[in-house]
Design a protein around this ligand. Structure first.
Ligand code: ASP
Length: 600
């Protein structure tokens, strides 16, 4: 085309030039017999002026509907001082049109395109018209941010000697992990691929293959229930390295994130990041991904209540493995009954029977339980929790993990309530990065009555804990690390097992995966490990979450070009969608609905 400039290029020094601009009609107004069009492209906005007296030029401009696509030839003219628009890069000039080509008239818009108004429009409607929604400068800005973040990460990895290798997305279904998306194989009737939940096994094979440093912006698929920070398909910055230990990994990731924050936001994030063990995170914050922008820390009162007259606390305090713990939600005593009921529901969802609390108002401790407390118990609570008027204290008396989970959830919910009441500030431009380390290697699954991997079955145990594998697997710590930012898990990984005998033991003796399943699902890995596997480890960063954090957005849908909605639907293309009977026949698949239908 004949485009000479973008809509963010012209400045007063260009006055007198004849230019050709293209773009979308952002706004149009008629003023004093003259028509003004703000012409917008990806780069910005330029004001174009249509004056009367040049054939039907102005009439054409007057008939333009917003978001129509036009091409304009005109002369750059400096604006008079009183009409300069300081908010626009091009605000000191305008282009006086001499001709116009209308490339496309825009139909009636389903919602206003103004960023502030459009952001409030129902998300499903915006997703149906995502091509329009994305066209808004704010959303194009998010795509640019995503691009810049990806560029920073790629540059850093390239400089650190990583090879970008693509691995298949059609893979093998494996029993551990989330639910797979299955893909039927037409050429192998009755057999299925699974879409990769992550390239975990391939990247480990690349290490055996001698790649040493691999990365990939990997598309991953998990058939899980969706939430604001989950999509059925997502992108991971997936990487793996040979001949490294955990310290090398921390340094690499800190370097990547530092560069990304600098090159996208211009923000210097201090490194190294603090580290916290899983045990400490659970003890203090009740969660393995603590938001450390605020305190409201959990405190332990188990010894205090060992002789208490309050049976519930006394019982927990004297049960091995159980604890009595509390948090002070400072300044939240005036929460509504509805808010309190909601907190109780949350506590119950974590297995608690209820949620014991003390409200402190006008010097009085209002609570059904304080009548059982001794003066000594009250004084100890008051001192440790720094209890003042206006506070509300929440308790959990339960097994350690449950008490942590309950208070962890109550802490986050209380913070959200305090934030909504403007009593707590949680700035999205404060970046509290944190490594959470020393996770247990295994967790006991009460339903399945067996151990399951806390991360995945390829994670290596901490060296000095290895002997415990045979005697007390629950005590073995894994060489697993998570990178957390403001309460969001940005990614995680581990140093891997590279010894085939240890890997086989973990599969069969600890995880109790039947030997034939181990052979059919993981046999090739064990085989590969017996052909000279180097020590190796890796990590995957959720790229969508990284970008959402950079953008200060809580939903990853905002920073994906074409996200699925909360029901996993692409509302623009309208899928998932039915397929033809022939397609199903070719795949030798019969749907249950079809079986149920009476034969025609
Ligand atoms: N594949 C793992 C995940 O997706 C990350 C890793 O261990 O590298 O969580």
């Amino acid at each position: 085309m004949n485009r000479t400039h973008t809509c963010n290029a012209l400045r007063p020094a260009d006055a007198g030039q004849t230019v050709t601009l293209v773009g979308w009609v952002d706004t149009k107004r008629d003023l004093g017999g003259v028509t003004f069009v703000d012409l917008r492209d990806r780069a910005g906005v330029t004001q174009v002026v249509f004056r009367p007296g040049q054939g039907n030029l102005q009439e054409t401009a007057q008939r333009l509907k917003t978001e129509s696509v036009i091409e304009v030839i005109g002369q750059v003219t400096a604006r008079s001082a009183d009409t300069v628009n300081a908010k626009l890069g091009t605000g000191a000039i305008e282009v006086v049109a001499t001709s116009i080509i209308v490339h496309n008239i825009c139909a009636d818009l389903p919602f206003p395109m103004d960023d502030d108004k459009a952001d409030k429009v129902n998300e499903d409607l915006r997703l149906e018209y995502r091509f329009l929604d994305l066209r808004r400068p704010r959303n194009l800005g998010l795509l640019k941010l995503r691009h810049a973040a990806g560029r920073a990460i790629r540059h850093e990895l390239d400089e650190q000697g990583f090879l970008e290798v693509e691995t298949p997305t059609l893979f093998k279904s494996t029993p551990e992990g989330a639910r797979d998306f299955l893909v039927p194989s037409r050429t192998n009737p009755g057999e299925f691929y699974a879409l990769t939940q992550s390239p975990q096994q391939y990247k480990q094979m690349l290490m055996v293959a001698g790649v040493e440093r691999y990365y990939q912006m990997a598309r991953c698929y998990r058939d899980e229930d969706l939430r604001a920070d989950r999509q059925p398909e997502f992108t991971q910055v997936d990487l793996e390295m040979s001949f490294i230990d955990r310290e090398d990994m921390y340094k690499l990731i800190e370097g990547i994130l530092k560069r990304t924050w600098k090159e996208t936001l211009g923000v210097d994030i201090p490194t190294p990041f603090p580290r916290m063990s899983y045990q400490e995170a659970m003890d203090r914050f009740g969660i393995d991904k603590p938001d450390t922008r605020f305190a409201m820390e959990i405190q332990d009162f188990t010894p205090l209540f060992k002789n208490s007259a309050f049976k519930v606390f006394n019982g927990a305090a004297n049960t091995p493995g159980s604890v009595v713990r509390a948090i002070n939600a400072k300044g939240l005593a005036d929460l509504t009954q509805g808010e309190l009921t909601n907190l109780e529901t949350i506590a119950k969802s974590q297995g608690a029977k209820g949620l014991a609390f003390i409200k402190v108002e006008a010097g009085e401790w209002k609570s059904p339980i304080t009548k059982f407390f001794s003066e000594e118990e009250k004084a100890a609570l008051k001192a440790a929790l720094k209890i003042e008027d206006g506070d509300i204290i929440f308790f959990a008396a339960a097994p350690w993990e449950q008490a942590s989970n309950v208070l962890g959830r109550i802490r986050l919910e209380s913070a959200a309530l305090l934030k909504a009441k403007s009593r707590l500030s949680l700035p999205t431009d404060q970046y509290n990065f944190l490594w959470v380390i020393e996770f247990p290697l295994m967790l006991w699954d009460e339903e399945e009555k067996r151990y399951i991997s806390a991360h995945h079955p390829f994670t290596a145990p901490v060296k000095e804990d290895e002997p415990l594998l045979a005697t007390d697997p629950a005590k073995v710590r894994g060489q697993h690390y998570d990178i957390v930012l403001n309460g969001v898990e940005l990614g995680g990984g581990s140093i891997r097992i590279h010894n085939p005998a240890v890997q086989k033991r973990v599969f069969e003796d600890i995880l109790k995966i039947p030997q034939d399943l181990v052979d059919s699902r993981f046999g090739y890995m064990l085989k590969a490990f017996s052909y000279g596997a180097p020590p190796h480890g890796g990590i995957a960063l959720g790229f969508d979450r990284v970008v959402a954090m950079l953008a200060g957005r809580s939903s990853i849908r905002d920073i994906l070009a074409f996200p699925k909605n909360q029901n996993g639907r692409d509302l623009m293309a309208d899928c998932p969608s039915p397929v033809t009977a022939k397609q199903l026949r070719d795949l030798r698949i019969r749907t249950v609905e079809e079986e149920a239908k009476p034969k025609a």
